[in-house]
Design a protein. Structure first.
Lengths: 736, 153
């Protein structure tokens, strides 16, 4: 744990080891997952492990160049740049001398590799700093030994160690000696005011490869003898395969085989059924992507009903039945909500509705698998390599140590690549055909075989008494699963004396999962829309009402409370200042929303103008407290993207089902936000020295609410459901 | 299978594929030029944008038989070393998040700036609206097109 004097005391031996390199130089290995938990210990004796047990490395060459192998998969959230920046800061090297590579993949212990959730930076912060600082201290110790001086008399700048006499040694000149030294304990860390790399604008380390079109992504991966596979899946949720005719498919040039598969998946049905249909599917295999896509279109398959064929109307009916009924789980309850409503001067109740949403990563799902008697080799874009490895091993009754799994850069994730259904398919087809196979989803496959954000409805009821909010009851009716455990302890928990969160659930056979900022991506809209209405009702300014409420949570002893009243207040005050809240020019209408999620406090103000009566978002001002900002350019990029993503889906995201069948399967019928519809996003950071938090998700939730609240001011229309285009269509056809 | 000759990034090449094979898959699977990306297959997202005789075109919709003998430029052929002003602008502004759509974005921007070297903000937003960025790095793409425009003039 970090102590007050900025040193660490827990044993770094549990996750850090050094070694001399055969080629000269020093290799420092550390286990990011073990290191990221202060109380974590390695599962086996550290001395018996080799470097395969470490999933991140620093290599320092005799020339003084530093290579940092970044451990975490990159899905566009910027950790391949920001995590090495933290190491380089404490290592005290010039960023221009640092190379970053995707961590070497470990064929035995890959399960310790971690992915995403806006948590990489938050969990990595202490461990990465400590790793860099420890390496620096070893290099200083080596130089001091050479000079026969006390290490504490030496200083370091940009990889050059200097002693009291002014003698200098570069890191490269002492790496051999350093590799033979003990790993030091209690190494001091730098103070924030001394940072030289953290806080600088560092360009994405893969930028050169991206702008020149180098192979980086899963879809770009090729292997000797690899064949492509296109999979025909059930045309609707609730259908299963009866039979098929592959005569025409096999006649397509380049198609080499057509196979029915699914037996192996049934062995892990319990774990997999939530995110993929458990039925036989048909794989068309061939020598090119085009051949197998064409071959699949030529298949003639018969399907039969194997369950309910659900439509959006069914979901709406079932979710309203839950909201109107009494079957709820209580997730948090403070005070006496019944009493508050009974004694209220006024009670307000509103219902907010959201649709299913597909993830629509720009890179469609794909995976490579080669299952041979010797080993199982998987390559592709995946956020959960450990899970996939375990499942594939179980499908084939093989030992996990026969697995070699490599992760590629991902063309977006947004939660979709947490679920490895595409990798399981590739493995099963490879096992069946005894060939190296690359499964490639078409866009239609990707949108129709999703792990969708489930449709959710919220009903919020508040009581007003003597000009104050005396009670607040949030009910959630959701498909397949409910809000995770921390959310009931977000704002306004602790701010309102009588408070209750209840959740109810409808089980569907449509596969669902996490989607960027799960639950809060819509809950924030409902809640901040509701508070804007309460502010109107109480005759108060919306941000001012939230700040007043936040006073009640300051100094709380309730450890369940997730957010900070003070930090949220500071964030709101910053956005009020930077957006010129309440003082805009004529014809500009503003809406506000603030939301805490993923350990980060965010407040946003949307500026809207009316063009021919149609609301158009012109600008969004964002204030964020994410603690120390590691890489401002990367941080702003995440927030700009999160806000525009939030606005795009709130306005246009519409995904419905008819008899189990998605009604849109490509971008011709599924509307994504485009450049001519985007406002400018203006990001401001709260300046403090708090530990950094992640930014992949928290910028998104407040965006829809801020826009809806601005539309209310501009047009008088209150929006209660997403996408806004559906509700607005009564007044204006197009929004954007 | 029939044989087609194409000139890709200055090199004359022959490919043997079915006549209806989209240029996208010829580039990616046959010629190993994987910088051109597959996004939707129906010319809605722009990830597969390339230049055919200098014009920005969706390679997913161009069958090989339609481009026989034409000059094709992909992201790999924009410059030898990433020095094209559009590539430089993308680096200066640090545009990408996941990066998958960016080749298509840059190819659209290049062709657009050749036609209209000094575009207004509105013209940029209209010209780029055919390219989807799921990470929504749109503000930066817009800025980078402006920077490239300045650097090219």
């Amino acid at each position: 744990m970090e102590s007050k004097n900025n040193t660490f005391n827990f044993s770094r031996r549990n996750f850090l080891r050094t070694s001399a390199l055969a080629s000269g130089g020093l290799l420092i290995g550390f286990n990011i997952l073990s290191a990221c938990k202060s109380d974590a210990v390695m599962p086996v004796d550290v001395e018996s492990l080799n470097f395969n047990d470490f999933n991140a490395f620093i290599r320092i060459s005799e020339e003084g160049y530093v290579t940092i192998f970044s451990p975490n998969p990159e899905i566009g959230q910027g950790v391949k740049t920001s995590m090495p920046m933290i190491i380089a800061e404490e290592l005290e090297v010039a960023w221009k001398n640092v190379f970053v590579a995707q961590g070497a993949l470990d064929n035995k212990n890959f399960q310790r590799q971690v992915a995403g959730g806006s948590q990489s930076i938050r969990f990595g912060w202490d461990a990465l700093r400590q790793t860099g600082a420890t390496a620096k201290q070893m290099l200083i110790n080596a130089a001091a030994k050479k000079w026969n001086v006390d290490p504490s008399t030496c200083t370091v700048s940009e990889g050059i160690i200097t002693n009291a006499n002014g003698d200098k040694l570069g890191y490269g000149e002492v790496v051999k000696e350093a590799a033979t030294l003990e790993v030091p304990e209690n190494v001091p860390l730098k103070k924030a005011k001394d940072y030289k790399i953290i806080g600088q604008e560092i360009t994405n380390v893969d930028i050169d490869k991206i702008v020149t079109g180098k192979p980086l992504f899963g879809l770009d991966y090729k292997a000797e003898g690899m064949l492509y596979a296109s999979v025909l899946r059930p045309p609707a949720f609730g259908k299963k395969l009866v039979s098929f005719d592959d005569t025409k498919a096999k006649a397509v040039n380049g198609v080499t085989d057509v196979v029915r598969f699914g037996e192996k998946l049934k062995k892990i049905e319990n774990q997999a059924s939530r995110f993929t249909s458990i039925t036989d599917k048909i794989a068309v295999i061939g020598t090119s992507t085009w051949a197998v896509m064409k071959g699949k279109k030529a298949l003639i398959a018969q399907w039969e009903d194997d369950g309910k064929l659900e439509s959006t109307e069914d979901h709406n009916r079932e979710l309203f039945k839950i909201l109107d009924g009494k079957k709820f789980d209580t997730r948090r309850e403070d005070g006496n909500i019944k009493n508050a409503f009974a004694k209220a001067d006024k009670v307000i109740e509103r219902t907010y509705e959201s649709p299913f949403l597909p993830h629509n990563c720009m890179e469609p799902m794909n995976f490579y698998a080669n299952i041979t008697p010797e080993k199982m080799h998987l390559v592709g874009p995946i956020q959960t390599p450990a899970w996939v490895s375990g499942m594939v091993s179980a499908m084939f009754d093989r030992k996990p140590d026969e697995m070699h799994l490599e992760m590629t850069r991902m063309g977006g994730g947004f939660g979709r690549r947490l679920y490895g259904d595409f990798a399981l398919e590739a493995a099963e087809i490879s096992g069946l055909t005894k060939k190296p196979i690359k499964v490639v989803f078409s866009r239609e496959d990707d949108m129709a075989a999703g792990t969708y954000r489930p449709a959710i409805k919220y009903r919020i009821k508040a009581s007003l008494k003597d000009g104050k909010i005396s009670g607040y009851h949030l009910k959630e009716a959701a498909i397949n699963s409910n809000m995770y455990g921390l959310i009931p302890n977000f704002f306004p928990a602790g701010c309102i004396p009588n408070y209750k969160v209840s959740t109810g659930n409808y089980k569907s056979n449509i596969t669902t999962g996490a989607w960027r900022a799960p639950y809060t991506n819509f809950l924030a809209f409902a809640e901040q829309n509701f508070f804007r209405e309460l502010a109107d009702e109480l005759g108060k300014d919306h941000p001012q009402l939230i700040i007043e409420l936040l006073q009640n949570v300051k100094g709380t002893k309730d450890e369940r409370i997730q957010y900070s009243g003070q930090r949220m207040e500071d964030t709101i005050k910053l956005v009020v200042e930077k957006s010129n809240w309440g003082n805009t020019e004529n014809g500009v209408y503003q809406g506000f929303a603030a939301y805490y999620s993923h350990n980060t406090h965010v407040a946003e103000v949307a500026d809207i103008v009316l063009k021919n009566g149609i609301p158009k978002v012109q600008k969004v001002t964002v204030a964020v407290d994410c603690g120390i900002v590691i890489n401002p350019t990367g941080a702003r990029n995440q927030l700009e993207g999160g806000v525009l993503d939030g606005i795009g889906h709130a306005m246009y995201g519409s995904f419905t089902f008819k008899d189990g069948r998605p009604q849109a399967v490509n971008f011709d019928r599924y509307r994504m936000i485009r450049m001519n519809e985007t406002p400018q996003v203006d990001v401001h950071f709260v300046q403090n020295e708090e530990s950094p938090t992640g930014l992949g998700e928290p910028g998104l939730p407040p965006a829809g609410g801020a826009v809806a609240n601005a539309i209310k001011v501009a047009t008088g229309q209150q929006l209660f459901s997403q996408p806004f285009t559906n509700e607005l269509s009564t007044k204006s056809k197009v929004l954007g | 299978m029939p044989s087609y000759s194409v000139k890709v990034n200055g090199k004359s090449l022959t490919v043997n594929v079915d006549s209806d094979t989209p240029l996208l898959w010829v580039l990616r699977d046959e010629l190993n030029l994987v910088g051109t990306k597959f996004g939707c297959g129906i010319a809605q997202c722009g990830a597969c944008t390339i230049h055919i005789d200098g014009t920005a075109t969706r390679s997913c919709q161009m069958q090989i038989s339609m481009v026989d003998g034409m000059e094709i430029t992909t992201i790999e052929g924009l410059s030898k070393d990433g020095s094209h002003p559009v590539q430089q602008a993308w680096k200066e502004i640090d545009v990408p998040q996941c990066g998958y759509c960016q080749a298509g974005q840059m190819m659209t921007a290049c062709a657009f700036l050749k036609e209209n070297p000094n575009p207004s903000d509105k013209e940029i937003r209209e010209a780029m609206h055919g390219n989807i960025c799921r990470c929504a790095s749109y503000n930066r793409i817009e800025k980078a097109v402006k920077v490239a425009s300045k650097n090219m003039s």
